[in-house]
Design a protein around this ligand. Structure first.
Ligand code: G6P
Length: 606
């Protein structure tokens, strides 16, 4: 989704801006641009990849202050005019903006009635003209931005550049913005990934913060006036340089990183002695765990699928009602919030607007929320103030893989912790701990010999649609497999609880329809097999993900074995072949695996 990068220092700004945009590419975008201040504001922007932008840039651009943007269209088509930065009419103010200005339509009309010609269809452009009106009436830059933002409603993370001032003005409201302090230079971005190579000293702007970046420093104030409490944080997490390490795509690299990532997630957290887990960041005392009324888990996309696994595991181990919610629905359904309930916001990026809004809604109604988040210091992590970091490391591919397995890992750890407080014995807990410790090795074992993925690809790549079936914990795994294939190979996919398939989706089956069945050797195996037979009887081709050595394999057209494990932990293994099927299918169809069309890695608008 939209990304911002800015620089003010002594070095040449343009190459740093382009490099910053490259770091933001993984988020998904459709156009990009930069503005550099020299004698003028020099703006270059274009539809397409950052590589396209590089092609149209002059060999050298003077100036050591600049702002840059990757756009993911919300208001207006994907065109050069709609790309950011936006310039005012006389080319003296440039602006990049993430978020949505809700009252832009009315403002456009008012601007046009004053004779101002807008060049783009975007909501963002209105801001640059409003700021200009303020400047023309004698306001200083900070005041002009402040008065503009007081007149608009919506969300923003924005940076403004002025031809006549050596500064960048930034503001945040509902869309992340981070300022990085280097030696005699300052960086700004919407994403910590883009700053990590330059500095670990970060100001995470809060909603309502404004910042003026100059050579002499960073001054953060509040939109309503007065100083801000936002202070410098040293990023502890070593995000490092996320390169491809010899893999052809980030997605494949991240699939293969899962064993190591899961080790990081569970390391020091499995508690064999007590048959439990240690999750200090949760700040949940046993008495609170014991008296909780229910658990709600909230997320979007892949995170929601992880929530569904968490729901089942928590209910099964801790014997407490648990429900998974799609964040965008939860936020607007006026849900009843019980302060004694435990709420989890699950998010890789920690910036997803729908999830963030759900957190605010719960907090507003007196509930407390715990984050299950990957990106350290992200908005959800900070807003919750308590939770579990999943420690997947940087996830660059839009299609989430290693974050999914670590979300599931973290939720299973919580289910054990809560279960030990409420229901099951130390011995049972110790058995789970022992089995859990083996999972990263079993993942490695599977990945070293992933089975006939290419045969599965042959069955799905030209299919009209693909059905994914599973029962119990394998039902959300089926959903995750379907989501992955749909996201990156653009094949319509339908995931259904295996038993529900006969109540509708069975109508889709015809000779040769591919059906992916997830059937670990758990209590649902027989019932899943029955659903599989119903599919076969209608001519469907079965791609079966099953436990090694299980005779069920004989029933399949393509049988993909995974190592045997504790059924509770099976999603951590059974999801991996579905990731590989999606990846290999997308490759076979010539799709851009890491940057699928229309999708964004981090969706920061509702
Ligand atoms: C986007 C991505 C999905 C992701 C979802 C939630 O839609 O394309 O892959 O699962 O956002 O993201 P989050 O960062 O909150 O986990």
């Amino acid at each position: 989704m939209c990304g911002i990068f800015g620089f003010l220092g002594n070095r040449s700004a343009a190459p740093l801006l382009v490099e910053g945009l490259r770091k933001l590419e993984y988020r998904g975008y459709d156009s990009s641009g930069i503005a550099v201040k020299n004698d003028n504001l020099q703006v270059h922007k274009i539809v397409g990849k950052v590589s396209e932008l590089s092609k149209i840039l002059p060999n050298h651009i003077d100036g050591n202050i600049g702002i840059a943007h990757t756009r993911w269209a919300t208001h207006g088509l994907v065109t050069n005019e709609n790309a950011h930065p936006h310039l005012n009419s006389d080319g003296t103010v440039a602006l990049v903006h993430n978020g949505i200005i809700d009252n832009a339509r009315g403002i456009r009309t008012r601007l046009e009635s004053k004779g101002i010609q807008l060049r783009s269809e975007t909501d963002s452009e209105t801001l640059v003209h409003m700021i200009t009106i303020g400047l023309n009436s004698g306001q200083e830059p900070l005041e002009a931005v402040r008065q503009t933002l007081k007149r608009v409603t919506g969300t923003w993370g924005l940076c403004v550049l002025f031809k006549d001032h050596d500064l960048i003005i930034c503001a945040r409201n509902g869309s992340p913005l981070i300022i990085g302090k280097g030696d005699d230079e300052t960086f700004v971005s919407s994403d910590p990934h883009a700053l990590s190579q330059h500095t670990q000293n970060i100001f995470f702007l809060e909603d309502g913060d404004m910042a003026v970046i100059t050579k002499s420093g960073i001054d953060i104030t509040r939109l309503e006036g007065g100083s801000s409490d936002t202070s410098i944080t040293v990023l502890e997490e070593e995000w490092g340089e996320a390169d491809m390490a010899g893999y052809p795509h980030f997605m494949l690299k991240e699939i293969y990183e899962q064993p190591e990532a899961l080790r990081r997630c569970i390391s020091g957290r499995l508690d064999y002695k007590n048959g439990s887990s240690k999750l200090g960041g949760l700040k949940l005392e046993p008495v609170r765990l014991h008296s909780a009324t229910h658990v709600r888990l909230i997320g979007c996309g892949t995170a929601y699928n992880a929530c569904r696994i968490g729901q089942l595991a928590i209910e099964s181990l801790a014997r407490i009602p648990a429900v998974a919610h799609v964040a965008s629905e939860f936020r607007y359904n006026n849900s009843v919030i019980n302060p004694n309930a435990i709420h989890f916001a699950v998010s890789q990026s920690g910036e997803t607007a729908d999830t963030l809004s759900a957190v605010k809604e719960i907090q507003l109604k007196g509930g407390s929320v715990h984050g299950i988040v990957n990106v350290v210091g992200s908005s959800i992590a900070r807003l919750c103030g308590q939770g579990v970091y999943i420690h997947s490391g940087p996830e660059q591919a839009v299609a989430s893989t290693k974050a999914f397995t670590n979300m599931v890992g973290a939720l299973l750890l919580f289910a054990m912790r809560m279960g030990r407080t409420r229901s099951f014995s130390r011995e049972k807990g110790q058995l789970i701990v022992k089995n859990f410790e083996k999972i990263p090795d079993l993942m490695e074992k599977y990945l070293s010999n992933p089975g006939p993925i290419d045969e599965a690809v042959e069955l799905v790549k030209d299919a009209k649609s693909v059905m994914f079936l599973g029962r119990g914990l394998s039902s959300p795994v089926a959903s995750e497999g379907a989501l992955k294939l749909m996201e990156i190979a653009y094949i319509p996919c339908l995931a259904y609880p295996a038993g529900e398939m006969k109540h509708g989706p069975i109508a889709l089956l015809e000779e040769g329809s591919p059906v992916v069945v997830i059937a670990p050797n758990d209590k649902h195996r027989e019932k899943t097999m029955a659903a599989m037979h119903e599919c076969k009887a209608r001519g469907a081709k079965i791609i079966l993900i099953h436990e090694e050595g299980d005779s069920i394999a004989e029933e399949a057209d393509v049988a993909i074995p995974i190592p045997a494990c504790d059924p509770l932990l099976s999603p951590l293994l059974s999801v991996v072949p579905t990731q590989l099927i999606a990846y290999q299918t997308a490759l076979a169809l010539g799709c851009d695996v890491d940057r699928p069309r229309n999708l964004a890695k981090s969706v920061t608008v509702e």
